[in-house]
Ligand binder design. Structure first.
Ligand code: ZN
Ligand code: ZN
Length: 435
């Protein structure tokens, strides 16, 4: 699509189709927002998405990797482009005050009753995916290839992407040539942000049990105190980033949970820790995890712990590394669609995603070469609010705005929905119309 005239007519054609579909997509969005579901429980959400995609003429398969949905549109010889939207919500009580706010409650996998809210905007992502599906189906005369739409469950627990891959996503349907996905962010609505290369962090949450030998608080010599051992562990873990990680690298080690004991005069039997690690290098990430295990084992030995500590990986995901050529191709497509001024350089994020499993052969378990992928960000803050927010750069302004996972976060304004549909549709067409 190097011919400027054909780019202009394609942009106009996308605009026309978005104009026809966006009100229906807004209705779908409000419905999904009102009835959020927890990871791997997206039964109503996935059923609604599946029936909508079927009505648009897609070949739809339900129940892929649990509640996942795959929708195919085969349209002659050409590349296979995969578009991914996630569907799950969070255990948060919504405080937005919207007339379509969630009042839902659900039971977690541990049997706990919790409120549920779409506080990360995954309702927006799946609605935009449906919008793009409508646009691309209408424009099928203009492109050749295979469109593969993936409604993914359980992103928040980093489980859904691997569940779909393990269920044969690339063998039962197609192996994509490029994988595309997006996330909303507190940036100006109507803008699209790109990051070539390292974009999001690898993340692991490790659960640890440290064993002691409990007893009376007045007789410490007859006990092994796991509280003291745990305290040393927390302090010593700080030396990993300070003394073991090269200064040019970014690593975070956070002990976010530390629990032991019931009252002051009892030395408990054990202590529980949860440790969260973030980094931008998968090899270094593994090294840091090994350092954590080494320090904990050594502190347990130093503290006379009667048993080896126990480690459990509670959740994990790998770094998100955007394909630089793919980013360049998308930036051109998005600049043509939205205008150069609407495309910005997004700062790297310490947040994490399970999206990179779709492109990383070894981690995703699908074999062969890695598949290039691009993940971009769409602005979700309405213009008036953005102008009133202090700061000059996107990064500065973001510090003053609610982020995803806040009970007040609401990315679903009409401009952002439109942008999300257009970004996916124009992004897919950058591959599907290539000569
Ligand atoms: Zn999230
Ligand atoms: Zn999210």
């Amino acid at each position: 699509m190097s011919n400027p005239a054909s780019v202009a007519t394609l942009t106009a054609a996308i605009d026309e189709q978005v104009e026809r579909t966006h009100e229906r997509v807004q209705g779908l969005y409000r419905e999904l927002h009102r009835y959020p579901e927890l990871p791997f429980q997206e039964h109503k959400t996935s059923a609604r998405l599946a029936e909508t995609l079927e009505a648009l003429g897609y070949d739809v398969t339900r129940g892929v990797g649990g509640t996942g949905v795959v929708a195919m549109l085969r349209n002659g010889d050409g590349p296979t482009v995969m578009l991914r939207g996630d569907m799950d919500a969070l255990p948060i009580a919504e405080q937005t005050g919207l007339d379509f706010a969630s009042h839902e409650r659900a039971e977690t996998s541990e049997g706990k009753q919790v409120p549920v809210m779409h506080a990360c905007g995954h309702d927006l992502h799946s609605s935009c995916l449906v919008g793009a599906a409508a646009v691309l189906a209408e424009l099928r005369e203009r492109w050749r290839g295979t469109l593969m739409l993936v409604c993914q469950p359980a992103e928040e627990v980093f489980g859904g992407a691997r569940a779909m891959l393990d269920d044969g996503l690339y063998t039962r349907f197609a192996r994509p040539d490029i994988v595309l996905g997006q996330h909303n962010m507190p940036a100006l609505a109507g803008t699209v942000g790109h990051i070539p290369g390292q974009a999001m962090a690898a993340a692991t949450t490790l659960g640890v049990t440290v064993h002691g030998a409990g007893g009376h608080g007045s007789m410490p010599a007859q006990t092994v105190d796991p509280v003291v051992i745990a305290a040393h562990i927390v302090t010593r873990l700080q030396t990993i980033v300070a003394r073991e990680v090269p200064p040019e690298q970014t690593v975070v080690v956070t002990v976010g949970k530390l629990q032991a004991g019931t009252q002051g005069n009892i030395i408990p039997h054990s202590a529980e820790l949860e440790i969260n690690v973030r980094s931008f290098d998968d090899a270094l990430h593994q090294q840091v995890l090994e350092s954590i295990r080494r320090i904990i084992r050594a502190e347990c030995e130093a503290g006379r712990s009667p048993r080896e500590p126990e480690f459990r990986v509670l959740s994990e995901t790998i770094t998100l590394n955007n394909d630089p050529d793919g980013v360049a191709q998308l930036q051109r497509a998005h600049a043509a669609q939205f205008g150069e001024a609407q495309v910005f350089a997004m700062p790297r994020l310490n947040g994490s995603e399970d999206f990179p499993y779709f492109g990383t052969a070894a981690a995703g378990g699908f074999g062969g070469e890695d598949i290039p992928y691009v993940y971009w960000f769409i602005g979700a803050t309405p213009e008036e609010r953005w102008q009133a927010t202090p700061g000059q750069s996107v990064a500065e302004k973001m510090r003053h705005l609610e982020m995803p996972h806040s009970p007040y976060y609401f990315p679903g304004n009409p401009v952002t929905l439109r942008t999300g549909i257009e970004a996916l549709a124009s992004g897919a067409l950058a591959w599907l119309t290539a000569d």
